[in-house]
Design a protein around this ligand. Structure first.
Ligand SMILES: Nc1ncnc2c1ncn2[C@@H]1O[C@H](COP(=O)(O)OP(=O)(O)O)[C@@H](O)[C@H]1O
Ligand SMILES: [Mg+2]
Length: 227
């Protein structure tokens, strides 16, 4: 919003300034030229020669200042992109610290979770949200768009940490588990039908097969699943 107003102001001033300069140059040329011709100091031909030289110069200058709004836009965009690149994530995804369980059963508990996205602090996604997901059960989260289904997954994958409350896998808080290990335990097929055009089952098997089979076997298995 602020950026829009600023670029609008700069664009407006740039455009008005360029138009002003252009028409002032026309006016000045015709006025001075007319005076010279009137006094017999110059000819009509020479006046127009000077006129065109000045008009084309003024046109060049006006074009440059009209681009001022684009250069402001580019600068503002670069600033926000650089700020994003410099932002440090609270979760270190390369860290190897934490507990690795021998075997994950898959009992998941969200206890009194409060969460809002850092980039959207005005929307409270969860407040005091508690949910238990037993292992070896098919579990569905159903709700209208924007109710927080994907956010539950994002918290389970530890893309974000809850603001308060805890999330645990087999009784151990996610924060205490090795992040890469935790993510290895999950296969996520999100709403992207174009990327891998296949059934959800086949897409889900990609992660699982890579864990227990070699690369060649994985292709065989996926082939046989399709048939
Ligand atoms: N990456 C994000 N950044 C900021 N807000 C988000 C983000 N993802 C989702 N939200 C907001 O969080 C709320 C829950 O969204 P989401 O979990 O995607 O809902 P669902 O998957 O149930 O449609 C919505 O208000 C949505 O606008
Ligand atoms: Mg969703």
């Amino acid at each position: 919003m602020k950026q829009g107003i600023r670029s609008g102001m700069v664009g407006g001033f740039g455009f008005s300034f360029s138009s002003l300069m252009l028409y002032l140059t026309y006016a000045l040329c015709f006025y001075v030229g007319a005076q010279y011709v009137h006094e017999g100091k110059s000819t009509f031909k020479d006046v127009f020669r000077v006129y065109f030289a000045l008009v084309f110069t003024a046109f060049g200058i006006s074009q440059t200042s009209a681009m001022a709004s684009d250069s402001t836009k580019a600068r503002e965009s670069a600033t926000s992109i650089l700020a994003l690149i410099d932002m440090r994530s609270k979760i270190n995804s390369t860290s190897d610290e934490g507990i690795k369980l021998d075997k994950a059963d898959g009992n998941i508990h969200l206890n009194h979770v409060t969460f809002k996205y850092p980039s959207r602090p005005d929307v409270q996604v969860f407040s005091d949200f508690t949910l238990g997901i037993p292992s070896r059960k098919t579990f569905a989260l159903v709700g209208e768009s924007g109710s927080g289904k994907s956010t539950v997954i994002a918290l389970l994958e530890r893309f974000y940490d809850p603001d308060s409350g805890t999330i645990s896998l087999d009784g151990i808080e996610l924060k205490n588990l090795t992040l890469s290990w935790l993510r290895d335990q999950m296969g996520l097929v999100s709403q992207e039908p174009v990327l891998f055009n296949d059934t959800i089952r086949a897409k889900h098997s990609i992660r699982k097969t890579r864990r227990s089979y070699g690369r060649g076997d994985y292709h065989c298995r996926q082939g046989s699943q399709r048939s």
